[in-house]
Design a binder for this molecule. Sequence first.
Ligand code: ATP
Length: 306
Amino acid sequence: LVQLYIPLNFMGMLYREIKQALIDIDDMFRIIEQHPEIQDRPGAQPLVVREGEVRFEDVHFAYTSARPILKGISFAVPAGRTVAIVGPSGAGKSTISRLLFRFYEPTSGGILIDGQDISEVQQASLRAAIGMVPQDTVLFNDTIGYNIAYGRDGARPEDIAEAARLAQIDGFVRALPEGYDTPVGERGLKLSGGEKQRVAIARTILKAPPILILDEATSALDSFTEKEIQDALERVSRDRTTIVIAHRLSTVVGADEIIVLDGGVIVERGTHADLLARDGVYAAMWDRQRKAAEAMETLQQTQAQE
Ligand code: ATP
């Protein structure tokens, strides 16, 4: 039996390895398929970021010609400022960030960084200038240190630890038996949504890009984690041009401008105070979220008393 067990066990191991390799390859193809290579124009020059102003000028976009997604979007994020984009699911918020990365090109209109049309510049230079903290970070099957260091080539261990400290994940990593050498990802330690997001924040701090896109998680985090992430995000976005795709209205209160997107058009825009005074879509969203937050607090208090 033992003679049979060893080869079977080995085959099982081999099967798991091959399956994981196939999943990795599958993921890679999915990413490539989603973003068919957009070519640099002949003679494209590198993007030169001076101040970091981002401008969308009458941008129209459709994934398929039958269904327009963005219908004439214009806004500017002055250098170092924060613009928040809010709106219902499917409004086209993430599409705006995909266009800024130039994963897709607008059907018409233009996207400019410091006056340079992003369709005219070298893509590598464009992507180097933009940092992204996505909703759900996919980790590499490697150590947590590697996953943070991925933000910058040749990052030193002390830089990695400093970035992790600023992203409020350093304490968590140090408490792991293998510290920064702990394997994570599919084959290693599974991290929670909030932990993964802090890894992404640490990575972005190391990359130190002049322009930042934050795609807030929709999933509920406990209020302690939420506060930690909020602080880390505030730190990373300070003095950087930031576009935040916001799901929590608490994030947008301090934004320089809030853009309310619905059905691919901007239906309202202004500061938090402007929009509340207007008593329109945003004010209704705010009211709904405030009531939901109050209900959650009452529930937590009741649970705590039980
Ligand atoms: P959410 O808040 O749910 O993330 P969103 O406002 O970010 O939503 P987008 O992801 O920008 O919405 O999507 C806008 C619309 O475009 C949706 O109706 C979606 O179904 C569609 N869409 C998104 N990606 C693609 C794609 N690759 N191909 C075709 N349609 C797509």
